[in-house]
Design a protein around this ligand. Structure first.
Ligand code: ZN
Ligand code: ZN
Length: 331
């Protein structure tokens, strides 16, 4: 009996250690000093995620399953852009502690690790954009490294809590960050169960548990991952630059549509503390519109506006007018 208890305790401890992303990260400086290298063990989750998409050949499809994939893509993209990025990383608005936890929980379903890791990496990117230290600069390390490779390198795996002290003081956020596979796992199980329930009680929907798992989790999450990653890779390669920012961030209408506003990346690199990334009405920024609506409910407040300086020096229409004025005066 005693032996069984000890074995169970040992089993629980090693299981906890396996899922605890902070375990073994004590010597942070040594881990961060390691050279960049693709680690096969960290590539496995991505292979698993992509292979899961092939499940459509077994599970088939239905309009309900496709609708779930699209809606979950949009909701979780908003969770990443509105909460992981504009709230946790940049604090561009305020909210209450319970709402902050819910935002972190929703963000964690996107399978892009915990809110503190995400914020730490992102703040580091802003500090060293397109320099040698930037973990995902396409100019320093090439397109594929900036898109996916950097996440598989051991040196980018731990969270440096000293860089996110404002978030690390909340134990509930630290817990979500440490056990970052827990929420995605429960999310996948919930989808599978919901599919079973819908199939049994609403057969006209034509959906099954496997369909919801494949479409709602694997396909939706894979597309979400590549769309988010395109901001690290493509948004530093393609598009126009309005501001001189010392890096190669760019504005792209197409990327802004796909990522609900994050494509206005050059605007964001220049004025990162504003909640808005599209500075003009034609710069579609769906995350901002959603956050604005959320502020009407009182759930979030103190949305930081675009500073006037952003318009004074770089208004594209004014710039065009000045150009033509100079041209006509010369003529
Ligand atoms: Zn960037
Ligand atoms: Zn940012």
């Amino acid at each position: 009996m005693k032996k069984l208890r000890t074995a169970l305790q040992r089993g629980c401890t090693s299981l906890t250690q396996w899922f605890d992303t902070d375990y073994g990260n004590d010597d942070l400086a040594a881990i961060r000093a390691k050279p960049d290298k693709v680690e096969f063990i960290r590539v496995l989750p991505f292979i698993f995620l992509h292979l899961g998409c092939l499940g459509i050949f077994l599970a088939g499809w239905s309009w309900t399953a496709v609708a779930f994939a699209v809606v979950l893509y949009l909701v979780r993209m908003f969770a990443i852009t509105g909460f992981y990025h504009r709230y946790f990383s940049h604090k561009t608005f305020n909210t209450s502690r319970p709402a902050q936890f819910l935002f972190a929980l929703l963000g964690a379903t996107a399978v892009q690790r915990g809110p503190l890791w995400w914020s730490y990496q992102h703040r580091h990117h802003h500090k060293h954009s397109d320099e040698a230290e930037d973990a995902h600069s396409p100019h320093q390390h090439g397109f594929w490294w900036s898109h996916i490779g950097w996440i598989t390198s051991a040196r980018n795996f731990p969270t440096d809590y000293s860089q996110v002290r404002d978030l690390a003081k909340f134990p509930e956020l630290v817990f979500l960050n440490r056990f970052d596979t827990l929420v995605p796992f429960l999310f996948a199980v919930a989808l599978f169960t919901l599919g079973h329930f819908l199939g049994a009680f609403f057969p006209t929907l034509g959906v099954t548990s496997w369909q919801l798992l494949v479409w709602g989790f694997f396909i939706s999450t894979t597309v979400l991952f590549h769309a988010t990653s395109s901001i690290n890779s493509l948004a530093h390669l393609l598009g126009k630059r309005r501001y001189e920012t010392g890096d190669d961030s760019r504005n792209s209408f197409l990327l802004a549509l796909i990522t609900l506003g994050e494509g206005w990346h050059n605007n964001h690199h220049r004025h990162m503390s504003t909640v808005r990334q599209g500075f003009y009405w034609w710069e579609i920024d769906i995350s901002y519109y959603c956050l604005k609506m959320l502020s009407w409910t009182g759930l979030i407040w103190n949305l930081k506006p675009v500073p006037l300086a952003a318009y004074e020096t770089n208004h594209p229409l004014r710039a065009r007018k000045n150009l033509s004025a100079n041209h006509s005066s010369r003529a």
